[in-house]
Design a binder for this molecule. Structure first.
Ligand code: FES
Length: 120
């Protein structure tokens, strides 16, 4: 097991991220609702750089009384990252994609004295 010092805790603002090299691996560290989450930078679809994708709230398509979707809304409680290669989306807190069948691979974090470490 190896531990990598990646940054200070305050370097990643809420809603932000940092992608770092840890040995021969890349890890994306995100902050959502104050908590840090770390994921390997490999999309489960075709190994694209998922952690470098666009971050945005979950898209919700409300169905009206005629069973039609006429507008899109955003659920600010669930932040997603979309893979830059083919657009698969993943919940940043759980690592699950929209249909729950695929997941990102979590990396362990350790925070000591304001410093963030990735443990692989
Ligand atoms: S590699 Fe990520 S969506 Fe295809």
């Amino acid at each position: 097991m190896a531990e990598y010092l990646v940054c200070s805790e305050e370097e990643i603002a809420d809603g932000g991220r940092k992608v770092v090299a840890c040995g021969d691996k890349e890890i994306g560290i995100f902050r959502v609702k104050g908590a840090l989450h770390a994921w390997h930078n490999l999309c489960p679809h075709r190994q694209g750089p998922i952690c470098q994708g666009r971050i945005y709230p979950q898209v919700v398509e409300p169905v009206d009384g005629n069973r039609e979707v006429r507008t899109l809304r955003y659920n600010e409680e669930n932040m997603h990252v979309a893979c830059p290669w083919h657009g698969w989306e993943f919940d940043i807190e759980t690592g699950r994609n929209a249909i729950g069948r695929y997941r990102l691979h979590r990396a362990d974090l350790s925070i000591r004295e304001g410093q963030v470490y990735v443990v692989l």
